[in-house]
Design a protein around this ligand. Structure first.
Ligand code: SF4
Ligand code: SF4
Length: 267
């Protein structure tokens, strides 16, 4: 919804609706959706060889340019007019991220027109180069399927988001494990593994956690597999077995929250 400049997406109680009278098929939501829930072809983008043609009527997002870069994009082509401020900002931010990812920057080039081409030369060029030109304008590498808009697939050695877990607050209720569609949380025999490089920043886990134990930080880092040992415990109050990330915990989450004045249901 934030990415749609026309306000064409509406969330109802049970579904997300696209208001077709407002939607211009720009494709911004397709690119921005972290879970690839919206499918479609981004028709508003135009390419020429390995460059993206600058158009003032939309502004790409950093994620989009980072993905194009890995698919071969090396420049943005101008048609005379300079980049507007919004494009300049996104390009500067993208190039800052590319330098963190050990990649060369995306450049800005001016389209070259050969004013001396004669009418005859022009038609000869169109005949011989027509098919090649058409191929260059819409290469398959720029037609992305919905599931191809995931940054993690293009930069596997890096993580764009870091999932931070507060061990003091987490009760290992597993709600986030269940809700995370990217399998970021892996429960092993004696440890909890968090694979932040798979995180797409959908924030489902943050929303579902009743303990406010999760935070997503947006910062590019080399890939880190975080492991936290899980301790098997017996509750001092009720005697039930439970698991905790804290070795010194002596009460299970239910007894921690129970009012000490209440009669214990276990005794
Ligand atoms: S939802 Fe919160 S409390 Fe439950 S396992 Fe995840 S981080 Fe821990
Ligand atoms: S924000 Fe949370 S739920 Fe979403 S992908 Fe990342 S870890 Fe999974």
């Amino acid at each position: 919804m934030e990415s749609c400049k026309r306000g064409a997406l509406e969330i109802n109680q049970q579904s997300i609706e696209i208001n077709q009278s407002l939607c211009t098929s720009c494709g911004d939501c397709v690119i921005a959706c972290p879970l690839s829930a919206i499918e479609g072809i981004v028709v508003s983008r135009e390419f020429e060889k390995n460059t993206l043609i600058y158009k003032e009527d939309y502004t790409p997002i950093e994620k989009e340019l980072l993905i194009y870069k890995r698919r071969g994009l090396n420049a943005i082509t101008l048609n005379g007019a300079p980049l507007n401020d919004k494009w300049k900002f996104v390009l500067a931010e993208t190039n800052r991220m590319l330098s963190q990812l050990d990649q060369s920057p995306i450049e800005v080039v001016q389209r070259k027109y050969d004013e001396k081409v004669s009418r005859r030369d022009f038609f000869t060029m169109m005949q011989t180069g027509g098919k090649k030109l058409a191929k260059n304008l819409t290469p398959a590498s720029w037609k992305l399927e919905a599931n191809e808009w995931n940054l993690a697939n293009y930069y596997p050695e890096y993580q764009f988001y870091t999932v931070e877990l507060d061990k003091d607050k987490c009760t290992l209720c597993k709600a986030c494990f269940t809700f995370c569609s990217q399998n970021v949380f892996q429960l092993k025999d004696t440890s909890l593994q968090i694979e932040s490089n798979n995180c797409v920043n959908c924030t489902d886990c943050v929303d579902i956690c009743l303990e406010d134990a999760l935070q997503i930080n947006t910062e590019i880092k080399g890939k880190i597999d975080y492991q936290e040992p899980i301790h098997a415990k017996k509750c001092l109050d009720c005697g039930q077995s439970f698991h905790s990330l804290q070795p010194e915990t002596v009460k299970c989450p239910i007894c921690v929250q129970r009012d000490p004045e209440w009669l214990s249901p276990y005794q």
